[in-house]
Design a protein. Structure first.
Length: 216
């Protein structure tokens, strides 16, 4: 494939963590994998899927910008098709978990409904303020069995009025998932959207891994 994957953890592990990320994330994926390992004893292979244009490739449909001047491109379906065609065949027969932070967290939550490939998703500080996202998906039952949601306790205090809806939206999403019978959790972390994203993401993946272990 034209975008090489980055692999961490145990390459042959039965559980594979998929995480879309780009260079601007500022994540040290080796460090994040170490954090996950410190929170669970479940073996895993951590696969980073390269994204080159965050706002275009991970957004579910086109939308006007909520900050800056560049609109969202709405190419999540194309990104998922690429993952299904080029990435997932490499891990056939394994349990797949998808997770991400911010817009990648929204992509993971979107995939919980739009794909049946993932046993669980970790939507960490997801952009559930995204226009029409709650209205589109909250009434539906997701395909993923386990869903981890989290948010910083200061994120809903954002000055941007659209982004400030994130707190109400994620609470409503958690309630909708519970009503649908989905195994889910909503965790609150101290700080704003930019506080300790690697540890928050690691917590999400570790929760999923431990839930899968309990299922076995």
């Amino acid at each position: 494939m034209d975008r090489p994957l980055m692999l961490y953890g145990e390459p042959d592990a039965k559980i594979v963590l998929l995480e879309p990320a780009d260079a601007r994330d500022g994540f040290d994926m080796g460090e994040e994998s170490s954090l996950i390992r410190s929170m669970t004893d479940v073996p895993f292979c951590h696969v980073v899927v390269t994204v080159t244009d965050w706002d275009r490739e991970l957004s579910p449909w086109p939308a006007p910008p909520v900050f800056g001047k560049v609109p969202f491109g709405g190419e999540a379906k194309a990104t998922m098709h690429r993952i299904e065609a080029e990435v997932l065949p490499q891990f056939r027969g394994r349990t797949l978990l998808l997770g991400g932070y911010s817009l990648a967290g929204l992509f993971a939550l979107w995939a919980a409904y739009e794909s049946d490939a993932f046993a669980g998703v970790a939507a960490v500080s997801p952009s559930v303020w995204y226009p029409d996202f709650y209205e589109t998906y909250a009434p539906r039952k997701p395909n993923a069995r386990h869903i981890y949601l989290s948010l910083g306790d200061r994120e809903e205090k954002a000055k941007n009025r659209v982004m400030a809806t994130v707190g109400d939206r994620i609470r409503l999403f958690s309630e909708a998932l519970a009503a649908a019978g989905t195994d889910r959790i909503l965790e609150w972390n101290p700080g704003n959207h930019f506080a300790d994203p690697m540890r928050r993401t690691a917590k999400g993946f570790a929760w999923l891994l431990n839930r899968i272990k309990e299922e076995a």
